[in-house]
Each structure stands twice: as structure tokens, then as C-alpha cells.
Design a protein around this ligand. Structure first.
Ligand code: GDP
Ligand code: MG
Length: 438
């Protein structure tokens, strides 16, 4: 638990209502948490002011303690600011969609262009990548290689042609090929300068892109606000991609982007691989920025999302050592209701889990679900059948479209979870304690 947030909670304590007086110190702690997460100072100031106003106007609900109410208000405000409950904002439509990548050098534009192409391809949209970074020959090469790796065509004209010209020709080529989307990779600069902005403006005027996505490195820190402002003022971005969220950054840049430009973060980059692109989840980001995924879980979500009956049943079955695949799935779904695998973060040993690991864990659980769905009813309620029969495991693998290694992985996870019954039931008791506001 982030110490600032914990302290903020303690400061309000459990008595009275939210007043200017008793919120003063807790607000200071929230401010500190935001600054630690690299949210830009002016953004922090405006945010704190907003939270204060909002919290003062809120009645402390029956059965909710003021400290819970306060933390809830902080996190709701943060989620609101970053895009409300809508989840991922998708790309703008267009025929073809023309997506212009913008951003400083080294932030991950070229990588993100490739990732987007793969993302679109997975949703059955064809793409053309266009290389306009003529200042570094290696940059064109890089995009060509990425394109080859994900099997997406790349349009390039070498380094001797004007970038705007290449972009125009690229879009023409995209129309000729009949692709759904043309993604234009551009050249960054080390700093914001007129050269780069002029080039982007000309491209925008010539191409009328459906999206102009500012790629921002999550590690940018305090500078993110100025950077976003410059790009938004000069080229009017439609959204942003926050890259390198697999690193240590708490993601404060996300708040700065949204607050300064009013534009949504559309995607988050969580690794160097082409698959490492996720839609943006404001709730996830909010809890990461505040370092309070566990607070949300224990207090807010636990109050509404957990189905106590389910939990009780699972605990009882665990105690009776009747833990089958149905329970395994129910357990996972309960966790999912409570804010996805963020829950894992509050389990001992999982505190250090990164966004990338979370992403991978989610993929793994998707696989579990597919495999379990492919089982016969008797296998779901009696996992021993699968433990004993290779033929059954093979059949399940085939029916689920997954590999036998995947089935083996599920069996391993199931066995491990079963043997950790003690730990799991403890966790469920913790959840119940959190759900109880007294
Ligand atoms: P560009 O100059 O903006 O085109 O940046 P590149 O796409 O060439 O990326 C610069 C470096 O950042 C490369 O080494 C990439 O592999 C790396 N990179 C890009 N996105 C991510 C990400 O989401 N996570 C991590 N860890 N590295 C990334
Ligand atoms: Mg590049």
C-alpha cells in the first residue's frame, strides 16, 4: 500500500464528515502521491482543487467511513479525468483510416506504428505502414523489418524524398491497395522544434488524417504536460499512446496528457514486442498512479462487486477440499469482478507485479477459460479424470483450439491453487473484512 495514501486515510480517520479542515493533510498526501507518480505540478494543483471541491460537496454515505469516501472521491475524480468509465477509446473511423504518428525521438513511435498495425490486423483490418523518417536511414529499415515480422506491407521511398510527399504517396498507395488503414510513421526530434511541428502540420493539411496520435514515453515525467501542450496546440492531436508502461513509471504522464489536452489516451505500450499494446483502462491507470490498487480492491470494489455467496461457497468447498474446475473459474471470475488481476497486487509476493506481467496473466487466464469451456461437465467437476487420462487432455486441447502444453499449464495452475487453499481462503476472508465498513 502506498504510504502516502495510507497516511491520507489514517488522517481522516473514521469519525465525522469531510470538511476543509480534516481534508487538508490528507490532500497533502494525495498531492505527494501524484508528484511521486510524476504528474506535472500545475496538473496536480488543479486536480487537488477539484477533488477538494468535489469531496466537500459529497455526503458521506451511510455505512461508508469518511476516509473511504475521501479515497473514493480521489480515485473517481482521477478516473473521470482520464476518460470516465468508457474504457478504451477506439480509433477514429475513416476510409481508409489514416493514422499519423507524432512524438519526440525515441519515445516509441515506430514501434507503436507496428503494434497498431498488428492490433488492426487482429481485428481483421488490413494496413499499410508508411516510412517518412528520412533523417535516419536506420529508421526506414526498422519499419521495414517490423512490417515483415507482422506481415504488413511497408511503403517507403528512401531518404531523398520530402517526408510530406512520401506520406501523400503512401496514402495513394494505401487507396490503391484498398487497405482499411494507413499508418504514417514520422521522424521525431530530440526536442520540440519548429522543424518537426512544421512537418507534422504540412502532413496533417495534406492527408487530413482521421487520427493524429501523440506517442508519449511514460518515463517523460514532469515534462509531459509541456510536451503535450506543445503538440496539441500546434498539430491538434486526436489522442495519445503512452509507451513503456512496462517499466517502473507510475504513469503520471497519463493524467497530464488528459488534463492538458482533453484528448484521450487510446493505447498503452507495455513492451518491445509487437503484441505489447493494450487499450487504455482509466481505472487501472488511476490505481497505478495513486499506488492504491489494493485500496480500491479492499474498500470500493469489495463493497459492490464481490458476490459474498460465491466467495463463501468457494471457501467452504476449499475447506472440504472439493475444489474443481468450476471453482477455479468462479474464483477467477470473482477476482475479475474486483478489478481484474489488479487483485493479485494485494496478494503477498505479488506487490511488484508490473503492467506487462498483468497483461500476460490476463492472456493466460483467457487461455484457462477456453480450455475449461472445452471440457466435459464431468471433467470440470472431477479434475482427476484429466489428471489420469492423457487422451482426455488431448481431446480437450483439440476442442479448445489450444495446445497440449496449455492444458498442462492449466492442470499445473489448478493443482497449485488447490494446494494453496489455505492462502486463498485467507485472502477471501480479507476481502470480506474489507467489504465490511465497520
Ligand atoms: P521512435 O524514435 O519514436 O520511433 O522510437 P522507437 O519505436 O524506435 O523506440 C525506441 C526504443 O523504445 C526501442 O528500443 C523500442 O524497442 C523501445 N520501446 C518502444 N515502445 C516500448 C514499450 O512499450 N516498452 C518498452 N520496454 N520499450 C519500448
Ligand atoms: Mg522511429
Amino acid at each position: 500500500l502506498s504510504s502516502s495514501i495510507q497516511k491520507a486515510q489514517r488522517l481522516i480517520g473514521k469519525s465525522g464528515t469531510l470538511t476543509k479542515e480534516n481534508m487538508k493533510d490528507p490532500l497533502k498526501e494525495v498531492r505527494r502521491a501524484l508528484l511521486e507518480a510524476d504528474v506535472s505540478l500545475p496538473v496536480v494543483r488543479r486536480f487537488i482543487k477539484k477533488v477538494e471541491e468535489r469531496a466537500l460537496g459529497t455526503k458521506v454515505l451511510d455505512g461508508v467511513t469518511p476516509d473511504t469516501q475521501f479515497i473514493k472521491t480521489v480515485s473517481n475524480e482521477l478516473i473521470d479525468l482520464m476518460g470516465g468509465g468508457v474504457g478504451a477509446k477506439d480509433l477514429e473511423p475513416g476510409f481508409p483510416q489514416i493514422i499519423l504518428m507524432a512524438g519526440l525521438q525515441g519515445v516509441g513511435k515506430t514501434t507503436a506504428a507496428g503494434k497498431l498495425a498488428l492490433y488492426l490486423k487482429k481485428s481483421k483490418k488490413s494496413c499499410l505502414l508508411v516510412a517518412t523518417d528520412v533523417y535516419r536511414p536506420a529508421a526506414i529499415d526498422q519499419l521495414v523489418k517490423l512490417g515483415a515480422a507482422i506481415d504488413v506491407p511497408v511503403f517507403e521511398m528512401g531518404t531523398q524524398v520530402d517526408p510530406v510527399e512520401i506520406a501523400k504517396k503512401g496514402v495513394e498507395e494505401g487507396r490503391r491497395l484498398g487497405v482499411d488503414a494507413v499508418i504514417i510513421d514520422t521522424a521525431g526530434r530530440l526536442q520540440v522544434d519548429e522543424d518537426m511541428m512544421g512537418e507534422l502540420r504540412s502532413m496533417k493539411a495534406a492527408l487530413r488524417p482521421s487520427d493524429t496520435l501523440l506517442v508519449v514515453d511514460a518515463m517523460t515525467g514532469q515534462e509531459a504536460a509541456n510536451l503535450v501542450k506543445a503538440f496539441n496546440d500546434q498539430v491538434d492531436i486526436s489522442g495519445a499512446i503512452l509507451t513503456k508502461m512496462d517499466g517502473d513509471s507510475r504513469g503520471g504522464a497519463a493524467l497530464s496528457v488528459r488534463e492538458v489536452s482533453g484528448k484521450p489516451i487510446k493505447f498503452v505500450g507495455v513492451g518491445e514486442k509487437m503484441e505489447a499494446l493494450e487499450p487504455f483502462y482509466p481505472e487501472r491507470m488511476a490505481s497505478r498512479i495513486l499506488g492504491m490498487g489494493d485500496v480500491l480492491t479492499l474498500y470500493e470494489r469489495a463493497e459492490s462487486a464481490i458476490k459474498e455467496e460465491d466467495a463463501k461457497r468457494t471457501v467452504e468447498r476449499m475447506m472440504e477440499e472439493k475444489f474443481d474446475f468450476n471453482d477455479f473459474m468462479a474464483q477467477w471470475k470473482t477476482m475479475n469482478n474486483m478489478g481484474g488481476l489488479q487483485m493479485l497486487k494485494m496478494m503477498p509476493g505479488f506487490n511488484k507485479i508490473s503492467e506487462k506481467q498483468l497483461y500476460e496473466a490476463e492472456k493466460t487466464f483467457e487461455m484457462y477459460e477456453a480450455v475449461i469451456k472445452a471440457m466435459e461437465e464431468e471433467e470440470r467437476s472431477d479434475p482427476e479424470l484429466l489428471v489420469k487420462s492423457m487422451a482426455r487432455r488431448r481431446r480437450v486441447a483439440q476442442a479448445s483450439g489450444r495446445s497440449e502444453a496449455d492444458v498442462a499449464k492449466l492442470m499445473g495452475a489448478y493443482t497449485a491453487m488447490k494446494s494453496q487453499m489455505g492462502g486463498m481462503s485467507k485472502l477471501l476472508k480479507l476481502q470480506k473484512a474489507g467489504a465490511d465498513p465497520s
